[in-house]
Write a protein that binds this ligand. Structure first.
Ligand code: 5CA
Length: 167
């Protein structure tokens, strides 16, 4: 038990949607809201007290031919190699703008979770995340995250593990 009021306060609507998507998938992970920002990987790692590499950041790309959303769940320490991504999905890709991200995921940049998107995306998981026993992902808002394992991340997102980092 904890006396921290953050543990018992009701979740913001976007964070609650992520908690519900997790519950629907049969997972009992607890979405946690922090007083400090978890908007970026560095901020999230600082608030949680983990390595930046353990942050599973959800980056949305836009496939240029089909206009479909492509989700790359990358280690917070890495940048995504767009050429490798294009080869993997078979068409050119570009970074999605804020409007596209909100429309296809239902969430705003800084809180995009790896699951529960409005339009189910093609999903790739950065192989580097598999090196960690525990990782943390955004949970709908710039203050909310949840802890999970790399195995569960790939299972729950249907993501394909890929070598996707730059360099
Ligand atoms: N809550 C944190 C940790 S899980 C988080 O969501 N981090 S993130 O890295 O997954 O999301 C922020 C990402 O959104 C940044 O890495 C950046 O690539 C992207 N981003 C930020 N601003 C924009 C923008 N204006 N247009 C497109 N993408 C953006």
């Amino acid at each position: 038990m904890s006396n921290n009021p953050e543990d018992t306060a009701p979740l913001k609507e976007s964070a609650r949607r992520v908690q519900e998507a997790l519950a629907t998938g049969g997972f009992d992970f607890q979405v946690r809201e922090f007083p400090a920002s978890t908007r970026t990987s560095a901020e999230a790692a600082a608030a949680i007290g983990c390595e930046v590499g353990q942050i599973a950041k959800s980056l949305v790309f836009r496939a240029k031919t089909t206009d479909r959303p492509v989700l790359v769940i990358a280690s917070g320490a890495n940048r995504v190699n767009e050429k490798a991504l294009a080869r993997l999905i078979g068409e050119p890709v570009g970074r999605a703008d804020a409007e596209f991200v909100r429309r296809v995921t239902g969430f705003a940049i800084g809180g995009v979770p790896p699951l529960g998107h409005a339009t189910p995306p093609v999903t790739l998981v950065d192989r580097d995340l598999l090196a960690f026993a525990e990782i943390w992902a955004a949970a709908g808002t710039p203050n909310a995250v949840f802890r999970l394992t790399p195995d569960v991340l790939t299972a729950v997102t249907g993501g394909k593990v890929a070598d996707i980092k730059q360099g």
